[in-house]
Design a protein. Structure first.
Lengths: 98, 15
């Protein structure tokens, strides 16, 4: 009681282009503790998906929490999730709230 | 605590 759950959304991004096409900033021990989407590149898989927005904060990728991960590690986890051949998509848990 | 104010900005990575 008294604690508001921020709204989070599960977004599935199909691998429809050779790149994911997002830029992220943030990570543990920075002013932005969870990775935030700062750019979505036209023609990338994320753009084609149509459900990701600049400003959204990425909480999880394929069910892996990004909390406590430094920038490089968060970026590596997202890059690996995009590259893995086991799936033809990535699942992001995102929120509009910081 | 002023700790939050001293945290550095993050780099940006294109994925």
């Amino acid at each position: 009681p008294g604690v508001l759950e921020p709204t989070s959304t599960l977004v599935r991004v199909a691998r429809t282009a050779s790149t994911l096409g997002i830029a992220i900033e943030g990570g543990a021990n920075t002013r932005q503790p969870l990775p935030r989407i700062v750019t979505i590149q036209k023609g990338g898989s994320a753009y084609n998906c149509g459900q990701l927005r600049v400003g959204q904060v990425i909480l999880e990728v394929n069910g892996i929490s990004l909390r406590g991960r430094e920038h490089q590690e968060a970026a590596r986890l997202i890059a690996e999730a995009f590259k893995t051949k086991e799936r033809d998509h990535i699942e992001f848990l995102v929120t509009e709230f910081n | 605590r002023e700790k939050r104010l001293t945290l550095p900005p993050s780099e940006i990575t294109l994925l």
